[in-house]
Design a protein around this ligand. Structure first.
Ligand code: F6R
Length: 242
């Protein structure tokens, strides 16, 4: 695991965007794994700027997001599809057909999870998987106690994750209870995993991920087993590292 400590959240996001941009620029038919969450917003803003100013092209890139809420249609304002449209997809030259998220309103979410896992494999797997981390150590929506061998499937969101995500909904009761998420094993298949964490509220989870014992009570610790993981943190998120 390579750990990059940057002085500020802005510099950490810019470094992360740079890693994504390098992969896009140097890979034939790149496949990106994308994440949502507040931490990623600056990364996507930086990628849009690189597209506009440095002509970074996503024309041959395929993307697969980590997760989507079960029950929300792709045009629901709080769906991750709409979040990605607003932050990235509509601002760069990604082909609309090349931007994949699980379909939250699929009639059979279990079959949808299997279809999604197969679609990633059919594209030859993910070159770079972007990740954030939850306060409880989740990655994607792989909450504590998730099997470290799991693939894309339905997960029940914990109360703490629903509370953390309530800020995006008008009424906390509207936060969905389930999500379709790539599993830890799906994430570990990516050729490069890049996790960005910023701010003091993530310091505990970052220390557990990097230095704690490997275990399902902190799913992000699974990245210790990945042959190529880069963790990008600002000073605040690094504060509890030994
Ligand atoms: C969502 C996802 C989550 C977030 C995590 C951190 O696609 O992958 O694991 O990365 O919940 O979210 P923020 O950045 O909002 O703290």
């Amino acid at each position: 695991m390579k750990v990059l400590v940057l002085p500020t959240a802005e510099r950490a996001a810019a470094r992360t965007a740079g890693l994504v941009a390098d992969t896009v620029a140097t890979t034939d038919q790149p496949v990106l794994g994308l994440a949502t969450g507040s931490t990623m917003e600056q990364v996507y803003a930086d990628l849009v700027t690189l597209h506009r100013t440095d002509s970074l092209s996503f024309a041959t890139t395929t993307t697969f997001n980590l997760d989507e809420y079960v029950g929300l249609s792709p045009d629901h304002p709080q769906s991750y599809r709409q979040t990605m449209e607003a932050l990235l997809f509509s601002h760069v030259d990604l082909h609309p057909q090349a931007c994949h998220l699980p379909r939250g309103n699929a009639p059979n979410p279990y079959a949808e999870a299997e279809r999604y896992e197969a679609a990633i494999a059919a594209k030859g797997g993910i070159d770079l998987q972007l990740l954030g981390i939850g306060h409880n150590g989740h990655i994607g929506f792989n909450e504590p106690t998730s099997s470290l061998g799991a693939r894309t499937r339905i997960k029940t969101l914990t109360r703490s994750t629903r509370e953390a995500n309530a800020r995006f909904f008008d009424d906390p009761k509207d936060v969905p209870r389930y999500a379709i998420t790539m599993g830890i094993a799906t994430i570990l298949d990516a050729r490069h995993a890049v996790l960005l964490a910023t701010g003091s509220s993530k310091a505990e989870a970052v220390a557990r991920m990097i230095e704690g014992p490997l275990g399902a009570d902190c799913p992000a610790t699974a990245l210790q087993m990945h042959p190529r993981t880069t963790v990008v943190v600002d000073r605040e998120a690094a504060a509890k590292l030994c």
